[in-house]
Design a protein around this ligand. Structure first.
Ligand SMILES: [Zn+2]
Length: 344
């Protein structure tokens, strides 16, 4: 989930209104902001000042002049662009709380990932028993799976950007035991509170690909933004899958009509019914290829519309998906293995 941008408390101060009249407070505040400016790299900034309710005319004037002097000094002395719309850093000088707060805009990196392991989740989930605190069920890790694509990316990207954490946003997801092959699936990595904003992305991709060989690979990394993040999360894509199907009896594969799109109605699958709303979903499926592997096992290539539950299309999910491979072949089928070959 996207985290709301948080503010860091960077400098508590105390002041008397009297001090606002001379320049010493401004200098003091400026020095603190400058120190932070050396720690965090940013190209543009804006400054806000928050005050207790001021009645006296004189104090209102002071407020304006403090804001103006600080802003002008920051722009000229730090050589940063003042930009309220595209600010990478926002300094709030809060005279209510007597502190300077800093909000650093995340860095967003767009890319595609391939998942080459059947023991890797896409994102990190907290242990359901303990909710993340750590218990005997999760070996005190607080997490359901030992590792995720999100965690592996974070291991390289968080230090590269000197960020606080990485939040992963994928264009859909696949199950832990499903491979993501082909050109991969689009994602946006959100680097929270980065101290660096410019990193060589081809070097970064190389590092990820060599460090996690046979587990994940990434391609097409580029700098991104929040608008693209939302597009990626909401994008709907057809997918091509390869499934290994095991049948209870010998299936008549010639009876399957290939390359013909048909509608499939899926009720919310049993395995996700605790998490999802119960409703009928209409999806489209095209069977592309059925290749026998043994007497009662075959490899099925199929194309489906966004959000089709493929394992359930194969098994029929106790007739909650119709038609299904079971109803088409007239034999009991289960999905033994599944890979995403391509996202269209
Ligand atoms: Zn636990």
């Amino acid at each position: 989930m996207a985290k709301k941008e948080r503010s860091l408390l960077i400098f508590p101060f105390s002041f008397e209104y009297e001090e606002l009249k001379d320049e010493s407070l401004i200098h003091n505040l400026f020095d603190q902001i400058k120190l932070i400016g050396e720690e965090y790299v940013f190209n543009s900034l804006s400054v806000g000042v928050s005050w207790p309710p001021l009645e006296e005319e004189e104090l209102l004037e002071l407020k304006k002049s403090v804001q103006y002097s600080l802003t002008a000094k920051l722009e000229s002395d730090l050589g940063k662009k003042l930009d309220f719309n595209a600010q990478e850093a926002y300094f709030l000088i809060d005279f209510n709380k007597n502190a300077i707060f800093l909000t650093i805009k995340p860095v967003y990196i767009y890319g595609n990932y391939c998942k080459l392991s059947r023991e890797l989740a896409q994102t990190t989930h907290f242990c359901r028993k303990c909710g993340g605190k750590g218990c005997s069920k999760c070996n005190n890790s607080g997490l359901t799976t030992s590792e995720s694509v999100e965690q592996l990316l974070a291991r390289v990207m968080v230090p590269a950007f000197s960020a606080k954490q990485l939040v992963f946003h994928g264009a859909g997801r696949e199950d832990v035991d499903v491979l993501m092959l082909g050109e991969g699936r689009a994602f946006v990595a959100e680097l929270v509170e980065p101290k660096k904003r410019e990193v060589d992305l081809s070097e970064l991709a190389e590092k990820i690909n060599s460090e996690f060989k046979n587990r994940i690979s990434v391609n097409s990394l580029k700098y991104s933004n929040k608008v693209e993040l939302v597009e990626v999360k909401n994008s709907l894509h057809d997918k091509i899958y390869s499934a290994i199907v095991t049948c209870e009896d010998v299936p008549d594969l010639d009876s399957l009509k290939l390359n013909e799109k048909f509608a499939v109605i899926q009720k919310t699958p049993v395995r996700v019914s605790k998490r999802r709303v119960l409703k009928d979903r209409e999806k489209e499926v095209t069977l592309l290829e059925a290749k026998p592997l043994s007497e009662n096992e075959f490899e099925l290539k199929l194309q489906t519309t966004h959000g089709t539950y493929v394992k359930e299309f194969i098994s029929g999910d106790e007739e909650r998906t119709t038609p299904s491979l079971v109803s088409l072949l007239g034999v009991k089928c289960t999905c033994k293995q599944l890979d995403v070959l391509e996202i269209l």
